[in-house]
Ligand binder design. Structure first.
Ligand SMILES: *[C@@H]1O[C@H](CO)[C@@H](O)[C@H](O)[C@H]1NC(C)=O
Ligand SMILES: *[C@@H]1O[C@H](CO)[C@@H](O)[C@H](O)[C@H]1NC(C)=O
Ligand SMILES: *[C@@H]1O[C@H](CO)[C@@H](O)[C@H](O)[C@H]1NC(C)=O
Length: 414
């Protein structure tokens, strides 16, 4: 009962945030004093995030990519990371089923690659501009998720959730373990249509431990997203996220707070990825692998064949040891609850199949012997499956896969 009440309080808090996020900036009344205060906060945040670069590259998509010396990156502002020695590469790669072993994984390209490279010993960081921060509901909330940003593994029993919270919708697969140490998958790339700037659409991998209701949910999240309010455009972008307290005060997108330590000078986290797949046409995929390295326990991230960097284990509580639930799939958010025509995945339903519906294939999980195996069972999570849906299967070269996504608003939805 007490747990139920606590949950309700959390929902009310979440609701308040939702209204705040949904309100147009212009409608917010601010006194001149508040405006000056906000400007100062923004400047101070930008000084923290934008470290002095060794070189800068103007990307054709409008981003400025700063090549920042690896030891100057924002991660080292974290009090726990003051004396951290960078692990330049993982000690161990998980051993796995080698699907397509005769095909070298094609390295992903990011839009900024057209205009230059970052030198050795630097990392590419997307420069945060004042206008990015001003779009957030508050300077403090910039780059963070709203509280309820995790698929409910048991949505059917979630009958107490007010409809308004269904602003988040998921179509995903999940697998539970006593202990597991990472996951790999091949993620189909799309550029879903976004109905309005406050909406987002993403496809990702969630590696979690702890529980949402216990406020100790730890997550590592990686994928691609279209999120105009965060990035200022509708490009498909690579993103990461982490939290150790169910999104309350810790964690953020990308490098927008200290935590993740980047080692690669090739990949910009938060940078645009191109090209994306076309309906009935060429399909583009990206491999994502996250695993807990035995030496030091860091959670390493590999994207499109590049080791990008790692989350040090001690920024987490439960994930410092192992993970318990892994999920793969799509999420959309819209303040227009149940009404939005924001697309998930390709914007088409799973039953349309390859080249039309979006897929995640070769889904695998890292076990305690550091080996990749397909999950023996996946549960499926959808909320309104006439809006967005998910199907799983297992077949030959594709191993364990899902098709997921949908168009949102249509004659059968909501
Ligand atoms: C970092 O090293 C200094 C000097 O050795 C020490 O005083 C401090 O406690 C260390 N900080 C952390 C977070 O380990
Ligand atoms: C919902 O909860 C009931 C009772 O707690 C349980 O028996 C049932 O299996 C749950 N339904 C699902 C879909 O998990
Ligand atoms: C991990 O997976 C490998 C490969 O399937 C298997 O041989 C090994 O026994 C597994 N380890 C554990 C602890 O289950």
């Amino acid at each position: 009962m007490a747990a139920a009440r606590a949950c309700l309080v959390a929902l009310v808090v979440a609701l308040t945030f939702l209204f705040m996020e949904g309100r147009p900036t212009a409608a917010r009344k601010m006194s001149a004093g508040n405006l000056v205060q906000r400007r100062l906060e923004v400047r101070s945040l930008l000084r923290r995030l934008n470290k002095p670069p060794v070189a800068s590259i103007q990307s054709p998509d409008g981003d400025i990519i700063d090549c920042v010396h690896i030891s100057e990156q924002p991660a080292f502002d974290h009090p726990l990371l003051k004396n951290h020695t960078i692990q330049m590469c993982p000690s161990y790669n998980p051993k796995g089923m080698q699907h397509h072993s005769n095909i070298t994984p094609h390295l992903i390209t990011q839009t900024w690659h057209q205009n230059g490279k970052c030198p050795e010993h630097t990392i590419p960081i997307r420069r945060t501009k004042e206008e990015h921060v001003l779009r957030a509901s508050s300077v403090r909330r910039f780059g963070t998720k709203m509280p309820r940003s995790i698929p409910l593994v048991n949505p059917i029993n979630d009958t107490n959730t007010p409809n308004i919270l269904r602003g988040h919708q998921y179509a995903a697969a999940s697998a539970r373990y006593d202990k597991c140490y990472g996951s790999k998958g091949t993620f189909n790339m799309w550029k879903p249509a976004i109905a309005r700037a406050n909406d987002f659409s993403l496809t990702q991998l969630w590696i979690t431990a702890g529980s949402y209701n216990g406020n100790n949910l730890n997550t590592i999240e990686v994928g691609w997203q279209v999120y105009p309010n965060l990035y200022g455009d509708t490009n498909t972008r690579l993103f990461i996220y982490w939290t150790r307290d169910a999104y309350q005060t810790t964690g953020c997108y990308n490098l927008l707070c200290s935590g993740f330590i980047q080692t690669s000078n090739q990949i910009t986290i938060g940078g645009s990825i191109s090209p994306t797949s076309t309906y009935g046409g060429t399909q583009y995929d990206i491999d994502i692998l996250v695993w807990k390295d035995r030496a030091g326990g860091n959670w390493w991230l590999q994207v499109g064949g590049y080791n990008v960097g790692y989350w040090p284990s001690y920024i987490f509580s439960d994930l410092a040891h192992s993970a318990s639930t892994i999920m793969w799939g799509g999420e959309i958010f819209s303040p227009d609850v149940g009404q939005t025509s924001t697309h998930m995945g390709s914007g088409h339903f799973p039953n349309e199949g390859f080249g039309k519906a979006s897929h995640i294939k070769n889904i695998q999980v890292v076990n305690s012997s550091n080996c990749l195996n397909p999950p023996s069972y996946v549960g499926l999570i959808t909320e309104q499956n006439n809006c967005y849906n998910v199907q799983s299967g297992n077949y030959g070269d594709w191993g364990t896969y899902i098709y997921y996504g949908g168009p949102g608003n249509n004659p059968n939805c909501p």
